[in-house]
Design a protein around this ligand. Structure first.
Ligand code: TYD
Ligand code: MG
Length: 452
């Protein structure tokens, strides 16, 4: 069989080269060449502009809107993120670090879809390995077929012969086209395989889920090339040392990217958590110095967070500052605010902050809890019991308002936080509440209310 002709295309300026080159002679960018199938040689039906037949655009008012059916997943938390279920013909990319539970989430979902014919293609694990895992999770759908293969042409032929209702590719990095010379996992292979699968999904109306590994930077490998091809990008995240997992949509053509799904990893697979308010709290440190509580919002839900700080005499000449789960630059800014506005001398101190639970948070409403934990550790005094700190801190030391203040207060109160400290500027936003609410203007006023 004669191979399809391939060319190397600069991803920066579309310059075409017959062989791989490190530096683009046209735009001078480095490492920008990616192997692609030569459209000119592969597309024999291509016509010049004079030969092509004109298409027929439809006036927007004449388009009939049909409600599409969605295949609901057995997890409500998964459906919430998908926007109600899998849309026919859609291509969904599920990304996450190795070992986070991507295969488990998908396998468990399809094993609990009785009456749905599933083809699970794995390039990572053997049939026996998958069977063992499936038994651990519980097999409630016997119509689930496992196929271990990495050749995309063979995979597509098999899909067509089996004609399943859902197709899973675990993972997109392991599959490769025989038309390209590059090895599996390279951007050209990932992109070509995804393109072929997308063509199949759109033509057949069968949803295809692609599992993809995330690299160190938090990007799904080859994301630039896949994000525009797929209909939805979901990210599965969490800490390997912790049990819960968040499913976060980064893109969704059929739903919002606002909602998150929360799960817990157990010995028998994943369990969804529909009331995740206090999952991030360790519950072990109440009454210790350096511990402060706050809130973050994720989609329509509010989660409590526990900031843990340790301030100690510097071991080295340059003191260490490190934050886990909280943006490091924001952390340094908050330390500067404490030093400048409160006169707390941190220049000879090592300061460490950790957000319990292993998640990365980026809600600035957590600023106040972080500051409270650092001050508490500095003075080695526990903060007033059952207090929750909700507010953003500005460079001037002002406590700034945050979104959804009422929801945050009621969630904190529901979970046992009877004292709540928020920005004075939100006095008029707060509805009558059973919790004791203190309003503070700036960090100075705030520091006066930390200890009972
Ligand atoms: P896995 O789904 O293989 O991760 P990924 O596909 O993202 O690489 O999950 C691997 C981890 O999950 C592994 O460390 C074991 C753990 N696990 C459980 O704790 N309980 C279970 O029931 C299963 C199937 C896996
Ligand atoms: Mg896996």
């Amino acid at each position: 069989m004669s191979k399809t002709k391939t060319v190397f295309v600069c991803q920066n300026c579309d310059f075409i080269s017959p062989k791989w080159i490190g530096k683009c002679p046209n735009c001078n960018s480095w490492n920008s060449f990616i192997e692609e199938i030569d459209e000119k040689s592969s597309n024999k039906n291509s016509k010049t502009i004079n030969e092509a037949i004109a298409g027929k655009p439809v006036a927007i008012g004449e388009i009939v809107r049909t409600e599409f059916y969605r295949l609901p997943m057995p997890f409500d938390e998964f459906n919430r993120v998908l926007g109600g279920g899998l849309v026919p013909g859609s291509l969904v990319l599920l990304g996450g670090e190795p070992g986070i539970g991507k295969s488990t989430l998908i396998l468990q979902s399809v094993l609990n879809l009785p009456g749905t014919k599933v083809l699970y293609i794995s390039g990572e694990e053997s049939e026996t390995q998958i069977k063992l895992r499936a038994e651990r999770i519980g097999i409630h759908n016997k119509d689930c077929y496992i196929y271990t293969e990495i050749n995309i042409e063979k995979i597509l032929a098999t899909i067509k012969s089996i004609n399943p209702d859902v197709v899973i590719i675990d993972s997109i990095q392991t599959v490769a086209s025989q038309e390209l010379t590059s090895s599996p996992g390279t951007i050209s292979q990932i992109r070509e395989s995804a393109r072929q699968l997308q063509e199949y999904a759109k033509m057949s109306g069968i949803p295809v889920i692609l599992i993809g590994h995330i690299n160190k930077d938090g990007d799904i490998a080859g994301p630039m090339s896949l994000e525009h091809i797929v209909d939805a990008v979901l990210q599965f995240e969490g800490d390997n040392n912790h049990f819960y997992r968040l499913l976060r949509p980064k893109k969704n053509r059929f739903g919002s990217t606002y909602e998150i799904g929360v799960f817990e990893m157990l010995g028998s697979g994943l369990k969804e958590i529909s009331d995740p308010g206090n999952i991030l709290l360790s519950g072990e440190n109440i009454g210790l110095s350096g511990i402060a509580f706050g809130t973050i919002t994720e989609g329509s839900r509010t989660l409590m967070i526990e900031a843990q700080a340790l301030v100690g005499n510097a071991v080295f000449t340059s003191p260490q500052r490190s934050s886990t789960g909280f943006d490091n630059r924001r952390f340094l800014m908050l330390l500067a605010v404490i030093e400048k506005r409160l006169g707390v001398k941190l220049n000879q101190k090592d300061v460490f902050v950790n957000i319990a639970g292993g998640l990365k948070i980026n809600d600035t409403a957590a600023d106040l809890a972080v500051i409270a934990s650092v001050i508490s550790s500095y003075f080695d005094k526990p903060l007033t019991e059952n207090t929750c700190f909700i507010g953003e801190v500005g460079l001037s030391g002002q406590i700034r308002p945050v979104s959804f203040i009422d929801k945050r207060i009621s969630e904190a109160f529901r979970l046992g936080f009877t004292n709540i400290i928020i920005s004075a500027s939100q006095k008029s936003d707060v509805k009558k509440n059973q919790a004791k609410i203190s309003f503070v203007q700036d960090v100075k006023e705030f520091a006066g209310k930390l200890f009972s």
